[in-house]
Each structure stands twice: as C-alpha cells, then as structure tokens.
Write a protein that binds this ligand. Structure first.
Ligand SMILES: [Zn+2]
Length: 122
C-alpha cells in the first residue's frame, strides 16, 4: 500500500488495489488450513511466470482429482476479488473439485449455487 501511495494513489485507491493481492491481516484463506501455495522446485517466485512451470501445468490439469482447485484463476479476478495466483490451491473435496473444474466456476460461484441463488452465477 505504501508503494502505491508513493506512486500517487489516493488512500482508498491504494487500499482497494493492494487488497487484490495481499489479504488483510487475519483474513487470508491460509488461516483456514485448507489452502496452500505450491511452486516449482526450480522456480519459487510467486508471480504469473509460475504458471509456465511444468509443475503448475500439471497441477492445473490434475489437482481436482485429489480435491484441490486453483483458487484464483486468471479470468475470475472480478468474481474472487483476487488477482491470478497460479500457485494458490484450495482443498474443497473431490466431489466439489470435480464439479467446479467441469463447470469452470470458482468457490464463490459454487457456494452461490449451493445457496440456490442463480443470480450469483451470472
Ligand atoms: Zn496462497
């Protein structure tokens, strides 16, 4: 946030931009124990280039079989409120992971379906 303030962002804009990539203290999904960050052994940087590693490609294609989903996909930032994080996986169970992967939906969209609120899927 300090970097953005120094770039001329106003306080509210700096806050809004920063929270897309840094969880407010105490609100990270990691605190649930259900999320983890997985990187290539050869490339450990947490940035979009992680997606080009063999490990990330394998995870993206196969994690659902083990009950994990890529939590913040590139085309869903407007749904999740979080930028693309090719390293961040979340355990949701095999049944949910299979359905979310087949339908290309996020946890927010999946939970909206469970509540029966179809509007949340649009
Ligand atoms: Zn993470």
């Amino acid at each position: 946030m300090a970097d953005r303030l120094s770039q001329g962002y106003g306080s509210l804009d700096a806050y809004e931009e920063t929270k897309k990539s840094v969880a407010f203290p105490g609100t990270s999904e990691h605190a649930t124990g259900l999320a983890l960050d997985i990187t290539s052994a050869q490339y450990v940087e947490l940035n979009e280039k992680q997606a080009d590693t063999e490990e990330a490609k394998w995870l993206a294609a196969n994690s659902w079989k083990y009950g994990f989903v890529l939590r913040y996909p590139p085309e869903k930032a407007d749904v999740t409120g979080i930028i693309y994080e090719p390293w961040h996986y979340r355990y949701v169970g095999q049944e949910a992971a299979k359905e979310m992967t087949e339908k290309n939906i996020t946890l927010e969209e999946y939970n909206g379906r469970l509540k029966g609120d179809k509007n949340e899927l649009e």
